[in-house]
Design a protein around this ligand. Structure first.
Ligand code: ADP
Length: 612
């Protein structure tokens, strides 16, 4: 048994507890994992919106190139250049200022005095566009590729000339080299937002706080190289300027461009924010933040928060340097709540599983224990029954042989021997009856023949049959029976078997005080019933076994220690028979020592009238 319990403990309970411990430990990381999952999901969303915004800008750049190409169809550039600003703004609402630059570096359009916008534009860009000055620019390197070397054979000759003119005026070639070096040397700058998701490894954390977009010191002609179109961004007086430019391959001496109206461009980018999945709309707000982390477009109008601390954010790209697509949680506490709910649910499931394993193991051990006890009791039962059969058989054989061989001539002795033979035979048949009845009850085959029966009369008959045997063995035997009959509905033989079993036990378990009493009384509380008590002054039932003595094969006084033979079935049968009659058999200790076994059976007043 101990071995089984140990195996169960090592193979089931201990691993289950270890697994439960590991599971509970991993629960502590649930919030972090959930946050991580969310941040990956939302980062993907922010990246997608940023890509969408960037591709919209690329489309507008193509749109611009197409419009300029159309404007040039059938017109010579000089016809267009002078009024390019006006014509472009009429055709393309995104343009705030249109410009045209000639190969010689002169600004052909706009005229500074035309509008306030053109005056500012010319003040800011005349030097830069005519390649007389370099400026800090952000440019889309993927669209154009790095600037071509100045004397690239394949480069467009006019463009080359323009560049050569430019650089020949700045004689020292080292200057030129420096300029190219600067072009490549992009210094990282701090991002204007700091996303809350700082759970990344420290090196990435650092990378996260720096912008991937860096400005380069370059001149306009350098940026153009041999390309036909492109875009660039600049900060002038801390204000973002976005410029698109285009030149027709067959007339590279004219460059046409536009400075974008930022407010109109933002309007055009808004649909990119609105493409949010409906399920995500309930959880997050997407914002397009400008370079000072101010929201210029929102997916949820009226939403307010600390704009510099988004949940996740992505930079849009070189066209809109330091602009970010940022995601904010509409209900930041929701994440903690979901993590807590998940933790509680998983915790409850783990606790339930551990409980189930614990209860299951306990049930297995208890059942195993019960089976082992039963197996041991059955083995004891077989040896007890064999012994019980052998003892009376030996006496019967011995005394019947003496009588048969005529070796006993004394009539008193002969009677005594015959008495012993009768008693032993009765004991034998009692034992066999008990065993057979028990087997029948176990198989569910026991049949009772219920009929009206006077318990008073039955008790009188049974005790009188038993009395000679008891008295012969030195017992003082009292019977207190009422005068009137007490009718019960029962099986006479079965009830007689209960009485004999109780009497036989009283005899067996009596020690030196050989006193047995039998009492029969009628009780009425709550319903009328009869109460039959068999009392002795014997060993009594050891404490703690008062109920166990009614279990099959259980013996409180085992044969080895007490020397008293028994099968452990007498009381089991007595209780089963009593219950089959709607009654009960119970034990209670007697004051001043001994036992009291009570058989209670319901009275049958109707039967009484019938029998009367
Ligand atoms: P057994 O054949 O062992 O007597 P029973 O089912 O009749 O089997 O009784 C079960 C156990 O109850 C006995 O082994 C004994 O320990 C205890 N017992 C029964 N009757 C008495 C009694 N009158 N006095 C003391 N112990 C008793």
């Amino acid at each position: 048994m101990k071995k089984v319990a140990l195996v169960l403990l090592l193979a089931v309970v201990a691993p289950s507890l270890a697994l439960a411990w590991l599971a509970i430990r991993s629960l502590r990381d649930q919030e972090y994992l959930l946050q991580r999952q969310q941040s990956l999901l939302y980062q993907g969303v922010a990246d997608a919106v940023a890509t969408e915004a960037q591709s919209l800008l690329n489309n507008y750049e193509r749109e611009f190139a197409g419009i300029v190409a159309q404007m040039l169809v059938g017109h010579s550039p000089p016809e267009i250049t002078a009024s390019f600003d006006e014509q472009l703004r009429q055709r393309w609402p995104l343009a705030q200022v249109g410009f045209a630059v000639s190969i010689t570096g002169s600004i052909l359009s706009p005229l500074p005095q035309a509008r306030p916008d053109t005056r500012i534009f010319c003040a800011n860009y005349t030097q830069f566009l005519s390649c007389r000055e370099s400026a800090e620019v952000y440019w889309n390197s993927t669209a154009n590729g790095p600037p071509e070397p100045i004397n690239n054979e394949s480069a467009d000759t006019t463009s080359q000339k323009w560049l050569q003119n430019k650089y020949s005026s700045q004689t020292p070639s080292s200057e030129n080299e420096n300029s190219l070096k600067n072009f490549k040397n992009r210094a990282p700058s701090l991002r204007s937002v700091s996303p809350q998701q700082q759970s990344l490894p420290s090196s990435k954390e650092q990378a996260q706080s720096f912008s991937k977009i860096a400005a380069s010191e370059a001149e306009f002609c350098q940026l153009m190289g041999t390309g036909t179109d492109g875009m660039l961004a600049r900060f002038v007086d801390n204000k973002l300027n976005v410029l698109f430019w285009y030149r027709r391959p067959d007339m590279p001496q004219y460059v046409f461009g536009a400075q974008l109206s930022i407010s109109r461009m933002v309007e055009k980018l808004k649909p990119a924010l609105e493409k949010l999945d409906p399920s995500l709309r309930e959880d997050v707000c997407v914002a397009l933040l400008d370079d000072s982390a101010r929201p210029v477009a929102l997916s949820h109008l009226g939403f307010r928060t600390a704009w510099k601390r988004p949940f996740v954010a992505t930079e849009v790209g070189e066209t809109l340097p330091h602009w970010e697509v940022a995601l904010y949680l509409l209900d930041p506490a929701k994440l903690t709540r979901s993590a807590r709910t998940l933790k509680l649910t998983l915790g409850a499931v783990i606790a339930l599983l551990v409980l189930a394993i614990g209860v299951g193991s306990w049930l297995v051990v208890t059942d195993l224990n019960r089976q082992l006890t039963l197996a041991r009791q059955k083995t004891d039962f077989v040896s007890n029954v064999s012994h019980e059969l052998k003892t009376p058989l030996t006496s019967i054989r011995m005394f019947s042989e003496l009588l048969a061989e005529g070796r006993v001539s004394d009539p008193v002795k002969q009677r005594s021997y015959l008495g012993i033979i009768t008693a032993e035979t009765a004991r034998l048949s009692r034992l066999i009856n008990n065993v057979l009845d028990f087997a029948r009850i176990e198989r569910g085959e026991k049949k009772y023949h219920f009929q009206t029966c006077d318990l008073n009369n039955l008790l009188r008959e049974t005790t009188e049959t038993y009395r000679p045997h008891l008295e012969a063995n030195g017992f003082q035997f009292d019977c207190e029976l009422p005068e009137s009959p007490l009718a019960v509905n029962g099986d006479r033989d079965a009830l007689a078997q209960v009485i004999v079993n109780l009497l036989s036990n009283a005899e067996k378990y009596s020690d030196s005080r050989k006193e047995i009493s039998v009492r029969l009384e009628q009780q009425t509380n709550p319903l009328p019933y009869v109460e039959l008590k068999v009392l002795d002054r014997g060993l009594g039932v050891p404490e703690g076994t008062e109920e166990k003595i009614f279990e099959q094969f259980y013996r409180a006084h085992d044969s080895l220690s007490s020397g008293i033979q028994g099968s452990g079935l007498g009381l089991t049968l007595a209780r089963q028979i009593a219950r089959a009659h709607g009654g009960e058999v119970a034990y209670e200790p007697r004051e001043s020592g001994g036992s009291c076994f009570t058989l209670r059976l319901p009275l049958c007043p109707a039967c009484e009238k019938k029998s009367a």
